[in-house]
Design a protein around this ligand. Structure first.
Ligand code: ZN
Ligand code: ZN
Ligand code: FE
Length: 758
C-alpha cells in the first residue's frame, strides 16, 4: 500500500481537472481526495503500489483537454486518505496562480445546442467542464461559481444534479446553466421588450435585412452585419467613420472559410482550436466577401463562432435565411477599449447600430479577440487577448518579488510579473483618452487581486506624458522607466526565455528616446540590466507633429528637401506629391522646423516611401500606408535589383540614400512593385549589415518593433542574419508591436528589483 501527496501546477482550475482526477481515481481503485488551492491542485491518493503508479501516469498523460500541467510535485505522506475518493471544496491560499483564459464552445456542447431532444436546445449560454467563459466572469480565485458573475444565477435542480455528479460532462463546471436557470438575452432598451428567442430572431432579422446589430459575447460587444452585403458593410463603415481599416469576419463553418480563403493545415488547427483567434488568411478570387471588408488587402481576418450566442445568430429555428459570413468588429469607439456593459454600449455604440442584443451575465474583464498572422508556418501574433491572456510565460531564471508593468500608449496591454512568471494581460486598447486609461487602471487592479499580487514597484515607458506612464506613476510606488525600443527587444527576449546579451534590431513606429528625440529605427546592444544605442537609421525631420503619423507625404517632402537640396522642388513635383505651386509653403515649414522633431522612426520612413511611390499619400488608420507598401512589394515576383547603394554611413543606416534611389527610379518610371520590394530589401540589408558591424562577439540577434509585423521585412532580415551564421530570436505568441512591450518592461522591472535596492 502507498499513500502519496501530489501537487499539480499549471492551468488546472476551471478546466475540469478535479473531476478528471476523480474519474482516474475510480478507474484505479484509489482512495483519497483532490482539492483546488489556487496556485495548484492537491491530490492525496492511497492504493496498491501499481494502482497508484497507474493513477499518476493517467494524470500526467490524460489530463483534461484544456489543462496545461507545468509541474507535478509528488511526495510520500502519512495523511489519512479515507475510505473513498472525494473532491474537497476549495480552500484559499496564496501563491503562484494560474487563471484559465476563456474557452470556445466545444464540439459536444455545439452538438447539444442544435439537438432538439436536448434540454439545452438553442440555449445561448450552454457550456461544460471543458468550454465556456473563465477569465471574463471571474471575481477572484479559486475558480468556483460563487466567485464568478454566475453567482447571481441559482442552478435549477437538474443543472445542480449535473454539477455535482462526476459522471456528467458538467460536473464542477462553474458557469453551468440551462434555459430554466441561466442568464437571458434581450434587446437593450426595447419598447417591445423582446427577450430570449424573440430577441435572437429579431437580431437575425436585422442582420439578414442588411442592418447592423451589436451583440454581447464573451469579452465584450461586437458590431455585426452581413459580410456578403456590400451596402451593409459600407453603411457600417460610414456609421463607424472607418473608411478602410479591415473588418474581421466570423464565418459559419470551416467549409465557409475554405470556400473563401486559402488555408493551410497548421492554420486550420488554430481556426478550429479552442482559443478561436482571428487568423489572417489570403482571400480567394471569387470569394463572396463584400469588397469593402478589407479593401486593397490580400488578406482577411477570419474566425469561427466561439460563443453559443454567435452560433445561434448563424443557425436558429425561425426560418430566417442568414448569411454564412458576418462582420464581427469590436464594439468600441475607434481604437478604444471594447464595450463590456450596457451603459458602455448605450454611450458608445448605440449610434453605430440598429439594435443591441445583450444579456445579463456580467463581463468582469474585457477580452477583445486575439489576432494572429503566420510566419514560416508558425503563429505570429498581432494581438494577444481572448483565449490566450492571461496564460503566463515562465522564465528559467529565478526571480523573487512582484512588479506591474503598464505598457505603451497604443494597443495597450499591461503585464504582471510574479517571480519568474510573467502574465501579459488581455488587450486594453489605445489610451488616447481617459476611458482607455481608466480601463487600464481598473483591469490592472483586478488582475493583481486575482493573482494575489502586491507589486513593490511599477514599470512604465520613458515617455513623460503617456497615459500608461501617468497611471503607473499615480500608484505611489517606486517607478522604473524603460526606454520604448529597449522594452520591445526585452519582450522578444522574454518570450524566447533568453537572458544574455543580444543585438536588438527594433524597427518601430515611434517611441521616446533617451535624448528626447523620437526613435524608431534602432540597433541596440541589450542585456537585462540596460542597453547601448549602437546605431539608428538616418535621423530626419518629422514634420507636422502627430498629424504626420497619418500624412506620410509630409514626411516624404521634408526628406526629399534634405536629400535633393536645390533640385527638391523639381523632384517633388515629378513625384506628384503636392499641387503645383504648393512647394514654397512646405519648404518654409521645413526650414522653420515648424511643429517638427528629429526622428529615426522606421514606421514613418515606410509611410514616406509609400507616398513617394504613389501607393498611399496618407493613412486613415495606423499602418495603412506601410502595409500597402508591403503588399505592393509582395506582388513583385522578381529579384531585387543590384542597386549599388552604400547602405552604411558610420553610425547611421543610410536610409536617405535608399529614399533617393527609390525616388530617382520612380521618376525614371520603374515599376512600383519592384521598387517597393527593393526598398524592403535595402532596408533589411542596411539594418542587418549595421547590426553585424556593431555586434562584436555577440552572436544572438533579436527582432522586434511594430515594423516587424511586416513579415516580408522580417523574413528578409532573418534570412540575411541566419545565412551569416547568427542566431535570430523573433516573436511568435507575443506581438512585435506595442501590444508586446509590457512583457519587456516587466522583465526589466523584475530583474531590477532582484539586483538593486528599489
Ligand atoms: Zn462544452
Ligand atoms: Zn438549469
Ligand atoms: Fe513601439
Amino acid at each position: 500500500m502507498l499513500t502519496k501527496r501530489i501537487k499539480v501546477y499549471g492551468i488546472v482550475q476551471g478546466v475540469g481537472f478535479r473531476p478528471t482526477v476523480a474519474r482516474h481515481a475510480a478507474s484505479c481503485n484509489i482512495r483519497g481526495s483532490v482539492s483546488n488551492y489556487g496556485p495548484y491542485v492537491e491530490i492525496v491518493c492511497a492504493g496498491e503500489d501499481k494502482d497508484v503508479e497507474r493513477f499518476i501516469d493517467l494524470i500526467r498523460h490524460e489530463p483534461p483537454k484544456r489543462a496545461a500541467i507545468l509541474k507535478m510535485d509528488i511526495k510520500d505522506t502519512d495523511r489519512d486518505a479515507g475510505d473513498t475518493f472525494e473532491i474537497v471544496e476549495s480552500e484559499k491560499t496564496k501563491g503562484e496562480i494560474f487563471v484559465s483564459p476563456d474557452i470556445a464552445i466545444c464540439d459536444e456542447c455545439l452538438a447539444e445546442l442544435f439537438d432538439k431532444s436536448n434540454r439545452r436546445y438553442l440555449h445561448p449560454f450552454i457550456n461544460c467542464t471543458c468550454c465556456g467563459p473563465r477569465l471574463t466572469i471571474l471575481d477572484s480565485l479559486p475558480y468556483d461559481r460563487c466567485r464568478t458573475s454566475m453567482n447571481e444565477f441559482e442552478m435549477c435542480p437538474e443543472c445542480s444534479r449535473e454539477y455535482y455528479s462526476p459522471e456528467t460532462r458538467r460536473y464542477d463546471a462553474q458557469p453551468v446553466c440551462c434555459n430554466d436557470c441561466g442568464p437571458e438575452v434581450f434587446i437593450l432598451d426595447d419598447a417591445q421588450n423582446r427577450r430570449g428567442r424573440d430577441a435572437i430572431t429579431y437580431t437575425r432579422k436585422v442582420i439578414s435585412e442588411g442592418g447592423v446589430a451589436a451583440i454581447k459575447g464573451i469579452g465584450g460587444f461586437h458590431l455585426a452585419c452581413d459580410a456578403t452585403n456590400e451596402a451593409a458593410v459600407r453603411r457600417l463603415r460610414e456609421l463607424k467613420n472607418r473608411p478602410a481599416k479591415p473588418f474581421a469576419v466570423m464565418m459559419r463553418s470551416k467549409e465557409t472559410v475554405e470556400q473563401n480563403c486559402y488555408i493551410e493545415a497548421y492554420q486550420e488547427e488554430i481556426l478550429e482550436g479552442h482559443q478561436k483567434p482571428i487568423i489572417l488568411l489570403v482571400k480567394k478570387e471569387g470569394s463572396r466577401l463584400a469588397p469593402s471588408i478589407a479593401p486593397s488587402n490580400p488578406k482577411v481576418g477570419v474566425m469561427l463562432p466561439y460563443a453559443p450566442i454567435q452560433s445561434l445568430i448563424f443557425d436558429y429555428d425561425d426560418g430566417i435565411k442568414m448569411p454564412d459570413m458576418l462582420v464581427m468588429t469590436s464594439g468600441n469607439l475607434s481604437g478604444l477599449p471594447i464595450c463590456r456593459d450596457d451603459d458602455d454600449a448605450r454611450r458608445e455604440i448605440a449610434s453605430y447600430c440598429d439594435t443591441i442584443l445583450t444579456h445579463n451575465r456580467k463581463i468582469r474583464i474585457r477580452a477583445d479577440d486575439s489576432v494572429m498572422d503566420f510566419h514560416n508556418g508558425k503563429p505570429y501574433m498581432v494581438r494577444r487577448s481572448r483565449g490566450y491572456a492571461p496564460l503566463p510565460f515562465m522564465l528559467s531564471r529565478e526571480f523573487k518579488g512582484m512588479v506591474t508593468a503598464y505598457g505603451g500608449e497604443l494597443k495597450n496591454t499591461f503585464c504582471i510579473a510574479n517571480g519568474s512568471l510573467m502574465y501579459p494581460s488581455s488587450y486594453i486598447g489605445d489610451l488616447t483618452d481617459l476611458k482607455g486609461k481608466n480601463a487600464l487602471v481598473e483591469s490592472a487592479a483586478r488582475m493583481e487581486t486575482l493573482l494575489e499580487v502586491e507589486p513593490s514597484a511599477v514599470v512604465c515607458d520613458l515617455h513623460p506624458s503617456y497615459n500608461s506612464s501617468l497611471a503607473a506613476m499615480e500608484r505611489g510606488l517606486p517607478v522604473i522607466k524603460v526606454q520604448h525600443h529597449y522594452a520591445h527587444i526585452l519582450s522578444c527576449m522574454a518570450e524566447n526565455d533568453y537572458d544574455k546579451e543580444v543585438i536588438g534590431i527594433a524597427l518601430d513606429g515611434t517611441g521616446y528616446g533617451t535624448d528626447g528625440s523620437i526613435w524608431g529605427g534602432e540597433i541596440l546592444r541589450c542585456d537585462l540590466n540596460g542597453f547601448d544605442r549602437l546605431a539608428s537609421i538616418r535621423p530626419f525631420l518629422h514634420t507636422g507633429g502627430d498629424i504626420a503619423s497619418r500624412e506620410g507625404f509630409r514626411i516624404a517632402i521634408s526628406m526629399l528637401i534634405d536629400i535633393y537640396g536645390d533640385e527638391a522642388e523639381e523632384k517633388i513635383n515629378a513625384l506628384g506629391l503636392i499641387r503645383k505651386g504648393a512647394y514654397k509653403t512646405y519648404k518654409a515649414m521645413h526650414d522653420g522646423k515648424i511643429n517638427s522633431a528629429v526622428s529615426t522612426s522606421c514606421g514613418r520612413l515606410f509611410d514616406a516611401v509609400s507616398a513617394i511611390l504613389g501607393i498611399r499619400y496618407e493613412s486613415s488608420f495606423e499602418g495603412e500606408a506601410a502595409t500597402a507598401l508591403q503588399f505592393a512589394a509582395m506582388e513583385y515576383k522578381g529579384d531585387a535589383k543590384d542597386t549599388g547603394v552604400e547602405l552604411i554611413d558610420g553610425d547611421v543606416i543610410a536610409t536617405d540614400k535608399i529614399v533617393r534611389f527609390i525616388s530617382d527610379q520612380k521618376i525614371k518610371g520603374e515599376d512600383v512593385n519592384c521598387l517597393a520590394y527593393c526598398f524592403h530589401k535595402m532596408l533589411a540589408e542596411g539594418v542587418s549589415s549595421m547590426a553585424i558591424a556593431k555586434a562584436g562577439d555577440t552572436k544572438v540577434f533579436c527582432l522586434s518593433g511594430g515594423c516587424y509585423q511586416n513579415t516580408l521585412l522580417l523574413d528578409m532580415t532573418q534570412k540575411i542574419l541566419t545565412s551569416r551564421g547568427y542566431k535570430v530570436l523573433i516573436h511568435s505568441m507575443v506581438p512585435p508591436n506595442d501590444g508586446g512591450i509590457a512583457l519587456g518592461q516587466a522583465y526589466y522591472g523584475i530583474n531590477k528589483i532582484n539586483t538593486e535596492d528599489i
